[in-house]
Design a binder for this molecule. Structure first.
Ligand code: DHB
Ligand code: MG
Length: 246
């Protein structure tokens, strides 16, 4: 393992996710600590680590959230007894698998993905994990799909995970709120972006998109929110957790 400096043996099948290679000293210890917790307490299934391997082999960008954070999404879904989950942006379906696993019998996760090739990979990963009956994949631009769902008056979701392109985050957040009810939990990934969220300058559309989402969280009195900063094999980032009031 690149940069390993701790006397811990990791079962290698559990480590199939993406580390930044090199980088500052801090990055190396974040990698190793991430591996330590992934192997010792996340306990992901082989089909889940295989899903990450496949995603890697297919050349998808290495931006899946690390296993420890995926497990948190899974635990949140269980804590609120989520039966209906919406995922905006699925990449290769790694978080979809964790969220699907959290669902009770009869529960459903609807995942929105814009890219047909990725949707194929997601489908394969879900079939391999034996979770096909819990997942619905909708191919297309998420804004259109969400708008259609909101206008049709689709039933509300218990949990919504926003992890697609960051430019459109404010629209995704607004539409997610239209598909929410009392107690709905919304999680928005990548709100820290290596600290860029508070740096000067307005050139980066992803940062602007996230800042506008923070503005929504600041002003919207229907919700309560917080942000958790994270370090991991993916570097320094964070996610926002939102709860819709009763
Ligand atoms: C990016 C997107 C992600 O969803 C993520 O987890 C990390 C980075 C990005 O677009 O840069
Ligand atoms: Mg993300």
């Amino acid at each position: 393992m690149e940069g390993a400096s701790h006397p811990v043996l990791f079962p290698i099948t559990e480590l199939i996710y993406f580390h930044q290679v090199g980088g500052p000293m801090d990055q190396r210890i974040w990698n190793d600590v991430e591996d330590y917790f992934t192997c010792n307490i996340v306990k992901q299934e082989t089909s889940f680590s295989n899903a990450l391997r496949r995603q890697n082999e297919e050349g998808l960008p290495p931006i899946n959230v690390p296993p420890t954070q995926r497990k948190l999404l899974y635990l949140l879904a269980k804590m609120i007894n989520a039966r209906k989950i919406l995922e905006i942006g699925a990449l290769g379906g790694y978080s979809t698998l964790w969220l699907a696993k959290a669902l009770p019998e009869g529960g459903k996760i609807t995942t929105l993905e814009i890219n047909a090739k990725r949707a194929g990979i997601i489908r394969d990963n879900i079939l391999s994990a034996g979770l096909a009956d819990k997942v619905e994949i909708i191919l297309g631009p998420a804004k259109e799909t969400l708008l259609e769902m909101a206008e049709r008056g689709a039933s509300i979701f218990d949990m919504i995970f926003i992890d697609a392109d960051k430019e459109n985050n404010p629209e995704y957040f607004d539409l997610a709120l239209r598909l929410s009810g009392p107690g709905t939990v919304i999680v928005i990934d990548n709100v820290v972006r290596n600290g860029k969220i508070i740096e000067d300058g307005d050139g980066d559309p992803s940062v602007m998109g996230i800042r506008m989402s923070i503005e929504i969280a600041k002003k919207d009195e229907r919700i309560e929110s917080t942000v958790i900063q994270t370090v991991s094999g993916k570097g320094y980032d964070g996610f926002m957790v939102v709860r819709v009031n009763n």
